[in-house]
Design a protein around this ligand. Sequence first.
Ligand SMILES: [Zn+2]
Length: 99
Amino acid sequence: MAEFSCYICNKKVITGEKFTFTKSGAVHYDCFIHVRRKEVPEEKQAVLRQLAILLDVQLTYLLQVLQLKQSGIELEAIFAAYKNIEKECGETTRQISSL
Ligand SMILES: [Zn+2]
């Protein structure tokens, strides 16, 4: 896996950690949501919570598939779905960024 640093905490993203990409670059899931909770107006906090849960599920899914792949397990159908979930992660991240 390529090495990225989180633009919020400046630490390297370690394999197995949840992270996503925004316009500003790579960011840990936890750092991203923590900052957005402070920035997003009160009336949009409920939507932020829901999107944060969705992104968490999507990123957890991707990490699990990656781990299975490293185990050498042949699950072509699941690996084929990976790219779609990756795209969905990007979309969820965009929505969280624009709240
Ligand atoms: Zn971070």
